[in-house]
Design a protein around this ligand. Structure first.
Ligand SMILES: [Mg+2]
Length: 354
């Protein structure tokens, strides 16, 4: 996600240390994108282009061989180790945020994220941290507030510490995935804006680029990035990275529009499936009752109206038995959806102007 790349860019200058102040410093030539960005692009490439995940990591590492990868990951990606080690490292977290944008359910996001994680970070610590991170991001995408996320983190037994306490102890490198998520949630607890969260990550310090890269998607989902943040990303990455980000957001937008239709279509399919053993007289009585009862989904009511009034009668006249009727309705509806493009268009066909 954009927030991840933004965090990586700000944090890269402070990896293994921390910023001296709690104000967000300006960018210098030392701010370059690192492994956090590259591995996130590999995940996007995998998700959008059916590229096997391990292949995606290897390809992206070969394009950017000096982005500061962890030693074990790098040894595997360059072919020195035949298999990745069972890592618990925070590399599992920093790359995973695109999964949330491209999944239509939380369960689906868990599954996809776990498959990606297990490909190189199969240790239970990494897999659990990723699961927790995905759930927090998912809730943020759904509209949870910062305090909602902190409450969820607490319910999961997650700890937080003060940003000052970590800064004061010299910002040790904490590379375990669960510890990094704790660092990020600790920074989040003291932040109320994108800039404040980034600045807190840098002041907290340690594996600063990864902490900020993991925090960045929270900043993006909670408060939204501004044009100046986008400029930082455009000015400090390259065409290859920008093309992947653009593809990610284009597909995510298309899918979220499609997801609005999907639950309605599912409900309708369940209804049509239920017709399989219908007694037609009883069915019409049931339909009459159904449409008189206020259903939670007003659209479904309209569908039943339309099916019952126009289609059910005509299908019945064709003389099929109940199972064939059910199949006919499936086919009919599939074709109608194809013809009209969406359920809404089918229900409200454009009126021909005289
Ligand atoms: Mg890095």
């Amino acid at each position: 996600m954009l927030g991840c790349v933004l965090g990586d860019l700000y944090g890269s200058k402070f990896e293994g240390g921390s910023s001296a102040t709690r104000a967000l410093p300006g960018l210098t030539e030392a701010n370059t994108f690192t492994d956090d960005t590259v591995c996130t692009m590999a995940v996007i490439d995998h998700l959008l282009h059916d590229l096997p995940i391990r292949e995606a990591f290897k390809q992206w590492v070969s394009v950017y061989p000096n982005a500061g990868y962890g030693r074990a990951f790098s040894s595997w990606a360059r072919g020195i180790l035949p298999e990745p080690v069972s890592s618990w490292g925070n590399g599992a977290l920093m790359r995973i945020s695109p999964v949330v944008l491209l999944s239509s359910t939380l369960e689906g996001a868990f599954e996809t994220a776990d498959a990606i994680t297990s490909s190189t970070h199969s240790h239970p610590i990494a897999r659990l941290a990723v699961r927790n991170y995905i759930e927090l991001l998912w809730r943020a995408l759904e509209g949870a507030t910062r305090d909602d996320l902190l409450a969820l983190w607490a319910r999961k037994g997650g700890n937080i510490h003060t940003v000052e306490s970590m800064h004061a102890t010299g910002s040790p490198m904490r590379l375990r995935a669960d510890e990094t998520l704790e660092d990020v949630m600790s920074c989040l607890a003291e932040s109320t804006s994108v800039d404040e969260l980034l600045a807190n990550c840098l002041y907290h310090g340690g594996d600063s680029d990864t902490i900020a890269a993991v925090a960045g998607p929270f900043a993006e989902l909670l408060w939204g990035l501004e044009a100046r943040h986008l400029s930082v990303i455009t000015d400090n990455t390259d065409e290859r990275v920008m093309a992947m980000l653009e593809a990610l957001y284009t597909v995510a937008r298309e899918r979220s529009e499609a997801d609005v239709e999907e639950p309605r279509a599912k409900e309708l399919r369940a209804f049509i499936d239920g017709l399989e053993n219908a007694d037609w007289d009883a069915l019409h009585d049931n339909l009459a009752q159904l449409v008189d009862v206020p259903l939670p989904n007003a659209l479904l009511t309209q569908v039943i109206h339309k099916l019952s009034q126009e289609q059910l009668e005509s299908v019945k006249r064709w003389g099929f038995d109940d199972t064939e009727v059910s199949d006919r309705l499936h086919l009919f509806f599939q074709n109608e959806l194809k013809r009209f493009g969406s359920l809404d268009a089918w229900l409200n066909p454009p009126v021909a102007t005289p």
